[in-house]
Design a protein around this ligand. Structure first.
Ligand SMILES: Nc1ncnc2c1ncn2[C@@H]1O[C@H](COP(=O)(O)OP(=O)(O)OP(=O)(O)O)[C@@H](O)[C@H]1O
Ligand SMILES: [Mg+2]
Length: 385
């Protein structure tokens, strides 16, 4: 499944017929992630279930979707979208039903051979509705007042995701993506922890990232996906055979940089070697040039798979080129002063999906500068010896 969001497609991909959760504390960007998926997912039908959340968010969809164009069919987005509304002011018993209405409609279209994506915002409000109804029925409360069947109800809902072959022999699928709003951002509370056991893709939103205005605030340390091996096949066939190795290289760089940042906080940047400083620099580039993606930017809101890969590949080529120079003894300061990074960070919103040639031109530019530095440096060394 392609959503046009780099952190989701490239780093934590999901397949059609898969199940995913977007947990995140208050204001971390759950609704925006769900809306971006509703806008740009390569599905035939999208079901947006507004479950116990704000009414104005649904109104916003009603107003904006008719004006947006589906990048796959070229027609109005509203033509493929269903809204199931049970906003926070509507009856709680109907809230329990809203999720089932959504998923039953999804199955109806799946059985006709369509790829359906259902996003539910938020499954926590749905669980709270279960709790309220169970309380009124006098059922015994268990963890945090939720009924004992919370886990099995959540599992029964997510298990309705899947791919099928219809009786007419066509492929169809239902993909389920649920937002989870744990109180206080505590992922160990019952709804988040039960959901985590059931789903296979976990896009964890992080408060510190959202506070730093790093959007989408999907944490690369806490998120996971079980589908990366299958997704790698698709990317290798359709985009590039290097996808899997580049993805792993980027994730390793990000993890190493987090470790290094801890050292810097303890003992200061002087403790780092040149190549470690270059790792920090490159991880910063990955975060700003690749991971950050504004939903409000008209160019960057949707990023095609080709652009996703080429952008990541470009940043990593820049990193590899710089690492090579550092091995030769070029001081890291000289590379940091080059001022390519500012331009690299802007490429995502200046280069459009249908013309990626500026990315190749950019690569030529820095390769030229890198090879000049190499020749100059080798000349200096020969002069010294
Ligand atoms: N991808 C993004 N691009 C730009 N801005 C974003 C992005 N994601 C989140 N934001 C900003 O974060 C704000 C809060 O996001 P959102 O309403 O999705 O959070 P939420 O997790 O759904 O919050 P709540 O728990 O209140 O429902 C948005 O209004 C927007 O300003
Ligand atoms: Mg929200």
């Amino acid at each position: 499944m392609i959503t046009g969001q780099r952190i989701l497609d490239t780093f934590f991909p999901m397949l059609k017929g898969g199940k995913a959760a977007v947990p995140g504390p208050f204001g971390a960007g759950k609704t925006i992630v769900q809306q971006q998926i509703a806008r740009w997912a390569n599905a035939d039908i999208v079901l947006y279930v507004g479950c116990g959340e704000r009414g104005n968010e649904l109104v916003e969809i009603l107003q904006s979707f008719p004006e947006l164009i589906d990048p796959y069919s070229g027609r109005s987005l509203m033509e493929r979208t269903f809204l199931v509304a049970n906003t926070s002011n509507m009856p709680v018993v109907a809230r329990e039903a809203s999720i089932y209405v959504g998923v039953s409609m999804a199955e109806y279209y799946r059985d006709q051979g369509y790829d359906v994506v259902m996003v539910a915002d938020s499954t926590s409000r749905w669980a709270e509705a279960l709790r309220e109804v169970a309380g009124r029925l006098g059922q015994m409360p268990v963890e945090e007042g939720y009924p004992a069947y919370l886990a099995s109800r959540l599992a029964a809902f997510y298990e309705r995701a899947g791919s099928v072959e219809t009786l007419a022999g066509k492929p169809g699928s239902v993909s389920l993506i649920g937002a989870v709003s744990p109180p206080g951002g505590d992922f160990s509370e019952p709804v988040t922890s039960h959901t985590k056991e059931i789903i296979r893709t976990f896009w964890a939103l992080s408060k510190p990232l959202a506070d730093a205005r790093h959007y989408p605030a999907v944490s690369w340390l806490e998120s996971f996906t079980d589908y990366s091996a299958r997704a790698a096949q698709w990317w290798a066939e359709n985009v590039s055979p290097k996808w899997s190795s580049r993805r792993q290289q980027a994730l390793a760089l990000l993890a190493e940089a987090d470790e290094l940042e801890r050292i810097v906080n303890l003992v200061g940047p002087e403790a780092l070697s040149s190549s470690q400083r270059w790792v920090l620099e490159s991880a910063g580039l990955i975060k700003e040039a690749v991971l950050q993606q504004s939903a409000l930017d008209p160019v960057d809101s949707y990023c095609s798979p080709q652009k996703q890969f080429q952008l990541l590949d470009l940043v990593l080529k820049f990193h590899d080129g710089g690492s090579h120079l550092i091995e030769l003894g070029v001081p890291v300061e000289q590379l940091i002063e080059l001022e390519f990074s500012g331009a690299l960070k802007r490429l995502k919103s200046t280069v459009t999906n249908d013309d990626l040639t500026p990315l190749a031109e950019f690569e030529e530019k820095f390769e030229k500068v890198f090879s000049a530095i190499r020749i100059e440096h080798q000349g200096d060394r020969e002069a010294v010896s």
